[in-house]
Write a protein that binds this ligand. Sequence first.
Ligand SMILES: Nc1ncnc2c1ncn2[C@@H]1O[C@H](COP(=O)(O)OP(=O)(O)OP(=O)(O)O)[C@@H](O)[C@H]1O
Ligand SMILES: [Mg+2]
Length: 376
Amino acid sequence: MASGGIPGKLGGLWQRLVGRADDAPPGEPSVSPTSQQTLADDTPPTQAEVGSTPPDLHDFELGAEIGRGAMAIVYKATQRSTGRQVAIKRLALSREFSSEDLADVRDRFMREARAARALQHPDILQVVDAGQDGRDAWLALEYVLGRDLSLFTKPGQLLPVREVVQIGARLARALDYAHSQGVIHRDIKPANVMLDRINGSLKLMDFGIARVGDGSRTRTGLVLGTPSFMSPEQLAGLTVDGRSDLYSLGVLLYQLLTGTLPHQSESMARLMQQIATEPAPDVRIHRPGLPESLALVLAVAQEKRPELRYPNGEQMARDLEAVLIMDLQNEPATPEAVKPQDDAFAQTLRLTPEEAGQNRRSSALPGESHEPPQAP
Ligand SMILES: Nc1ncnc2c1ncn2[C@@H]1O[C@H](COP(=O)(O)OP(=O)(O)OP(=O)(O)O)[C@@H](O)[C@H]1O
Ligand SMILES: [Mg+2]
């Protein structure tokens, strides 16, 4: 697929979705065809490393599978040298990227892993180690109990409003910290946040993973990032900063509060148009009991133009805390009934060129497998 032609009519959309070589921001090496290193199937991987000692997957004893996404399988594991329990995330880079792109993709993966590993925050999942395994890559992550927030976007399973707003304030502060360290997440969505309601732990995960494929086409048209949560500038393939993550956080909160996404369509082209041009509907359309102050915070976060949004996560966190104090003191603990949602495009998608304008409903319905359809 990577070397196959892109149908002319869909080329622009297709290229925006999978990233383009000439989109690399200033300071990042861009991937030009001439600078690409061709990697034969049996070429050994480069010895990039995250820590001071070379990372080795053999230091981890892999246990049961605990989850999977569009590009990765996650296993419970034990680090032999320390006895520490971790989660190992194996990314099938060689399945997703062509041989020519693989070296660049792996380098980018190691750069992103190094940046993510430097983040130390109670609400950000700690990256323990990262490395390459043959032609693929892996991350060792702090293992956490609980569920990812996508569970709480389903009708009948919504969290109490107070809890959602508290989660929003914590995530906004975690993002403020990451942005101050020069790290942008790029794929804020419920599935990338783990919540343990028993001990109150909240962990934002997968920093920078959506950046790994930038500039390279995937074999199967994997969209790195999740369209429904992407800011207009990210969807347009423009340079993004922390305000793009705050937009995505606004969408995440909207979905946690209502079980509905602000923009939905069966057509990818129409969805992109909505995100680019149409204001998000007032959240109270879906849940009339919500306070106006909360609706305003979400509206500011989801402004089309970054300069009209919160300038940083701290300000968004403070506004969410003000909503808690002013308007949610007496909020009941049980969620109100909400109508069923259609969470089209709420997950990372795998598109073939033929279906680039279509949403494969079978891959997006609630309760179904997270395993995306395999491209032919
Ligand atoms: N450190 C961890 N501890 C415990 N469970 C984890 C950990 N990391 C991931 N998981 C589980 O594995 C699931 C799959 O994670 P993964 O990031 O591969 O997929 P995703 O975020 O659902 O989709 P995408 O492919 O778009 O990233 C998570 O949703 C979570 O339930
Ligand atoms: Mg993820």
